[in-house]
Design a protein around this ligand. Sequence first.
Ligand code: FAD
Ligand code: NAI
Length: 464
Amino acid sequence: MSTYDLIVIGAGPGGYVCAIRAAQLGLKVACVEGRETLGGTCLNVGCIPSKALLHASHMLHETHENFEKMGLIGAAPKVDWQKMQGYKAETVGGNTKGIEFLFKKNKIDWLKGWAEIEGAGRVKVGDTTHETKNIVIATGSEPASLKGVEVDNAAGVVVDSTGALSLPKIPKSMVVIGAGVIGLELGSVYARLGAQVTVVEFLDAITPGMDGEVQKQFQRILAKQGLKFVLGAAVQEVEVEKGKAEVKYKLRKDDSAHEIEAECVLVATGRRPYIVGLGLDKIGVALTDRGFVQIDEHWQTSVKGIYAIGDAVPGPMLAHKAEDEGMAVAEVIAGKHGHVNYDVIPGVIYTTPEVASVGLTEEAAKESGRKVKVGKFPFMGNARAKALFQAEGFVKLIADAETDRVLGCHIIGPNAGEMIHEVCVAMEFGASAQDIALTCHAHPTCSEAVREAALACGDGAIHA
Ligand code: FAD
Ligand code: NAI
């Protein structure tokens, strides 16, 4: 038995970042992880493998769609699925090993196994109980189940995101249930690899919570890329027979019943916190009504000395939100002032083009009772985006009409996920749209479109 200052449970982006920051601040730290490799959902079956497949399939799409237009003539590559899976596994492996290295470098003990909390200050892993001054729960999330639908990742017909990252073969047809981030990213991957993809969504728009104009334009772009959409449709059940699936749904507008057959069905209807086996009920850690671990403004649970972060607690289920909370809670435990600005957490969908947003949507800004102004600039007016064949989107900047302060930004366009950070920094510094408009932006870059949107909040964009 050893005594620690902190035991972190879970080595995803929340947990491993928390462990590293706590060690940097001089605490004696251990991190418990039950998986064979560190990095959590994000590195093993989330952000990283999905981005590897998005990258590879995007490259294929470029060769088919755009190479000839640029005068690059020749045989287009064919897909070797096993090799692409190998590239994905190598990308994941390199990153998970990297966390192992960082643990060693920072003298963090990896306690291998599944943890149970016996009480404040006591964490059991296997047969050993470890003593610690503080505990951070960073156990993440798992795919939510859907009534009437049985997921069997091993069979590869009805799968969740984990199964969809490692399908035995590329299906000819795929139904994606849920037009959220997972459904659209992985749906895009398989559409580019040749599958006929149909997305069935309960609501009347894709990507719930996003800016309305972005939702519409994003759907148009994906439809042009070959994805089909059935919106306002409630899936009733999925039947599997002879290796094929039949998705039965009802249209909400008239209750009419329909079905689609597909070789593969991806269930992507959200995720739920994963707290199985932790023993939280026994030790009295309170949960929210939606099953998340309840925390106060310092990430402390209802039990003193036990904290929680990441997907296991309320808020956006994003790796960088988990990381920020990991760093902040480590600071709090070390007696410093950890802080997360929940108003400035970007969200990115890594399709082509990418979709990125931060802060308030136009709808939310108006609902908040403010007078708002909107500066919009289409990538059609951006030379670089045109050269990249990605000029269908736009940048939309939302500012307070009275103070000019930037309230939010929404981008559909090339490298939107990189460009959004300029606006994040501006918002952190309480900048005005004019501050962005007066900042010199290099030419020719896609980022010039952000400046143009800021100019559009004032006297007008130049290239529109
Ligand atoms: P997790 O990453 O889920 O890690 C929790 C870890 O705790 C796991 O490794 C688990 O094994 C371990 N654990 C659980 N219980 C115990 C226990 N009792 N004992 C020991 N160990 C335990 N987010 C983004 O920001 N960008 C993206 O591009 C992105 N892409 C995604 C793609 C997919 C397909 C999926 C599924 C998710 C994606 N996400 C993305 C979401 C992101 O993965 C999560 O928000 C993030 O991983 C949450 O981090 P976490 O540390 O809270 O938990
Ligand atoms: P999500 O919450 O983004 O989307 C789920 C969708 O399914 C919603 O549009 C919802 O209306 C729909 N839905 C729910 N029940 C349905 C039903 N019965 N029939 C049809 N549609 C139904 O959840 P998703 O895509 O599973 O992702 C989970 C989490 O993972 C997200 O919170 C996201 O933040 C995170 N993630 C982030 C990524 C990124 O940042 N790029 C990539 C992938 C995941």
